[in-house]
Design a protein around this ligand. Structure first.
Ligand SMILES: C[S@@+](CC[C@H](N)C(=O)[O-])C[C@H]1O[C@@H](n2cnc3c(N)ncnc32)[C@H](O)[C@@H]1O
Length: 325
């Protein structure tokens, strides 16, 4: 198999990761007040079993939803189906009354885009292999959303500008907590036979679950934790006296390098390069994002990371403290 097809096969396997209802429930706790009278669309979800469908169906009245729409995708251009629920009598779904779609349920199909335009908030875990295209479709259609993706997507050229421009931010779940997903049986079998527990899978309550250490929530719904100020005790003014090894300047870029969030100095007004996990604590009232090391316009080696004393650093986000903070 050519390299590209190998990657496509691997990505397709990773697409079949099903979200646990407790993870949806936990994250949704932070946004409950944003759903009143809204139309929620889960556009990568089989209404016969998706936990996103189950969560919103179960909490329809509690959240005060106006409508819930869920569409299922059939990969081989087979006609697919959707369910639309407006509350009240649950019998419809239990009796299996599901409406056919005329297309295959691809989130990019004209039929699904029309449903997207009708909806207010999209909540789902989309296919990992299409994440970049997926999130850009939501932004282009001016939708609010709460979706799962891989943290690694952040550094992609077509995702980072959304973060930089405050059109997308991370959800509330801590980046240091791994996420586990239900996976198809044959995938479970393959993982147990070929991988070590704790790497690609974990047994949770006797069930083999797919493990994605980098999975996290992406959203454009406001939440409390992005207004928390990062507390730092370090001072750049004390560098020479207390920590002469901290805050080296990059070889060819006018910014200081910071390796640990806790070391962000409270008194530095220039540009600082911080680990990408900073985004898990980013408060737009405290800092502004200048760019990503590799793709910042005035990087003399555009496309490459910065160096300190000739040694390349890990990926860095360039930030600056906001005036008055
Ligand atoms: C990561 S899984 C998550 C499924 C479900 N949202 C959940 O969280 O349990 C992504 C799902 O998207 C479906 N999918 C793949 N390509 C799609 C497309 N182009 N449009 C819509 N759904 C797609 C896959 O079949 C897969 O079930």
């Amino acid at each position: 198999m050519a390299n590209a097809s190998l990657h496509a096969a691997r990505d397709a396997k990773n697409d079949e990761f099903y979200t646990r209802i407790e993870d949806i429930n936990e994250e949704m706790n932070y946004y409950e007040d944003k759903f009143k009278d809204k139309i929620v669309f889960c556009n990568c979800d089989d209404p016969k079993w998706s936990n996103f469908w189950k969560y919103f169906h179960m909490n329809f009245e509690y959240l005060g939803l106006k409508k819930l729409i869920t569409t299922h995708y059939e990969p081989d251009d087979i006609q697919s189906y959707k369910i639309e629920y407006t509350g009240g009598n649950d019998e419809d779904f239990e009796d299996g009354v599901i409406t056919p779609l005329s297309q295959n349920g691809d989130f990019r199909s004209p039929e699904c885009l029309a449903l997207l335009d009708e909806s207010d908030i999209v909540v789902t875990n989309p296919p990992f292999s299409l994440f970049r295209e997926y999130i850009n479709v939501l932004v282009q259609h001016n939708k609010q959303f709460l979706i799962i993706g891989s943290f690694n997507n952040i550094t992609y050229k077509d995702v980072f500008p959304l973060i930089k421009d405050n059109k997308v931010w991370l959800g509330c779940r801590s980046l240091s907590r791994e996420m586990y997903f239900d996976i198809p049986d044959e995938r479970k079998k393959w993982l147990v036979e070929n991988k070590k527990e704790g790497s690609a899978y974990k047994i949770v309550n006797g069930v083999v679950m797919g493990r994605l250490a980098s999975a996290c929530w992406f959203t454009n719904l406001d939440h409390k934790s992005r207004h928390n100020f990062i507390d730092t005790t370090y001072r750049y003014a004390k560098k020479e006296e207390l920590y002469p090894d901290l805050y080296p300047t990059y070889d060819e870029y006018n910014a200081i390098n910071i390796n640990r969030m806790a070391e962000i100095p409270m008194d530095y007004e220039g540009i600082m390069g911080v680990p990408v996990t900073f985004l898990g604590k980013f408060n737009p009232e405290q800092f502004e994002i200048i760019g990503l090391d590799r793709y910042v316009e005035d990087n003399p080696h555009y496309g490459h990371r910065f160096k300190v004393n000739g040694k390349e650093t890990y990926a860095r986000i360039l930030i600056r403290r906001k005036v008055g903070d």
